[in-house]
Write a protein that binds this ligand. Structure first.
Ligand code: GLY
Length: 424
């Protein structure tokens, strides 16, 4: 008997998780909440507020779920996993106490320091004068972050002191981020290439996933504003599994020990963002969930059973689960609404998704899509679709992903054309 799995969330990451879980031999049935039109093709979707722990837990009970996989950070921070555990339902994802490492940047910095993990200096401040003093101390480039979850908008990196002080005032005085900005973290700038490590954690130990490279800026050539991510590729030349094993010993396992010692063992995905500085790798931040769109590039390469791995993180020992990878490379191109990450219109008809997916090497993951009253697919968010292609190498995968993306149309479609171009 396999598992009945419930995926919580509605984005491209959740569609990729659901897709890989649905193709895992250990999965008997897949449902999602609230899901999206892509997840609806894999099993029933249930409309609910994913940040309502009781609503999610009651659904999991009705669904007789053997495993609940929580995708986004907001339900984790809201305590969805705590409620599931209270009812004896296995859940992949940290409790609210664990997810606090993403929910509070000041807490994350405090845990990094206590664990002895290398990171840059930082000062947490609830009053402007303390923050201004830290800006003077660290010098340019200035880094000011809202402490809490600010929908990816709470981070300012700038060269002018006046702009940095304005960022402090926006958060602490004008309250533009609400509670999330009632405290700011002023950080020492870390110069160097950014690396991400994805660790599936069981509270004590971790299994590392193949690293992926994300593209944060909206436009080609890394121009334009920061986004949630406009594309990704995997594997990353020069940064393979051997490299992440070293980083896991340096940052992931010490942090797991620290959290376990505090009585809050961390089970779920620990996403460690690092910078390769001249003085060695230093931790920038933690996320408490899979990266989006990195997941859409990583999971098509996973050859072993995702359900067994996530279930072991929830209730067992991840080291007992074999994890293997296909040799193929994967490239993911995000198709976004015009204007994203700022304002954009929704409800635009989407064509070409089925045509794009006729290539057996292509998966089209839904993110911001919906069905209109007639059942037609329309845009419903900033990041609309993530087109992933696999190929013998990054160049072949990029060619297929580009051809598939070319077949998809909607008014205002915006995407990068340089994903993985310099890599393969
Ligand atoms: N793509 C970056 C993130 O998921 O945070």
């Amino acid at each position: 008997m396999g598992r009945r799995v419930l995926v919580v969330g509605a984005g491209g990451r959740e569609h990729a998780l659901g897709w890989r879980l649905a193709t895992s031999p250990s999965t008997d049935a897949l449902a999602s909440a609230p899901g999206n039109p892509g997840l609806a093709e894999l099993g029933p979707t249930h409309q609910l507020d994913p940040t309502d722990p009781v609503a999610v837990a009651e659904l999991a009970e009705r669904e007789r779920s053997d495993l609940v996989v929580v995708g986004p950070e907001a339900p984790l921070v809201a305590g969805v996993v705590d409620e599931l555990i209270r009812r004896g339902i296995p859940a992949f994802g940290p409790t609210a106490a664990g997810a606090h490492i993403e929910g509070s940047k000041a807490f994350a910095k405090e845990v990094m320091a206590a664990a002895g993990a290398p990171t840059g200096a930082a000062v947490a401040a609830t009053d402007p004068d303390t923050a201004y003093a830290a800006l003077e101390r660290f010098g340019p480039p200035y880094v000011v972050k809202a402490d809490g979850l600010a929908a990816g908008k709470g981070v300012v990196v700038c060269g002018e002191l006046a702009d940095a002080r304005r960022a402090v005032d926006d958060a602490l005085v004008a309250g533009v981020f609400g509670d999330a900005g009632s405290r700011v973290v002023v950080e020492e700038f870390l110069a160097g290439p950014e690396r991400s490590v994805f660790a599936v954690c069981d509270g004590e130990d971790a299994v590392l996933l193949a690293p992926a490279q994300d593209y944060k800026r909206a436009f080609d050539g890394d121009a334009g504003p920061n986004t949630g991510g406009m594309g990704a590729f995997c594997p990353v030349p020069g940064f393979g599994l051997a490299d992440v094993h070293h980083l896991a010993d340096l940052v992931v396992r010490p942090v797991l020990r620290e959290l376990a010692d505090r009585g809050t063992p961390y089970r779920g995905l620990l996403y460690a963002g690092l910078v390769e500085t001249a003085a060695g790798p230093k931790l920038l931040e933690f996320n408490a969930r899979f990266g989006d769109p990195e997941t859409q590039a990583i999971l098509p390469r996973l050859a072993s059973d995702l359900g067994d791995l996530l279930a072991a993180a929830a209730t067992g020992q991840v080291a007992d689960v074999p994890v293997t990878w296909h040799d193929a490379a994967a490239v993911t191109i995000v198709l976004a609404s015009g204007g994203y990450p700022d304002s954009y219109v929704t409800g635009q008809p989407i064509s070409g998704v089925d045509a794009a997916a006729t290539d057996p090497d292509v998966e089209v993951f839904h993110a911001g899509t919906a069905r209109d009253a007639d059942g037609a697919l329309v845009t419903a968010g900033g990041r609309v679709l993530a087109v992933t292609a696999t190929g013998a190498d990054l160049s072949a995968a990029r060619t297929s992903a580009t051809a598939a993306a070319d077949r998809i149309r909607f008014d205002g479609l915006q995407r990068r054309t340089d994903i993985a171009a310099a890599a393969g």
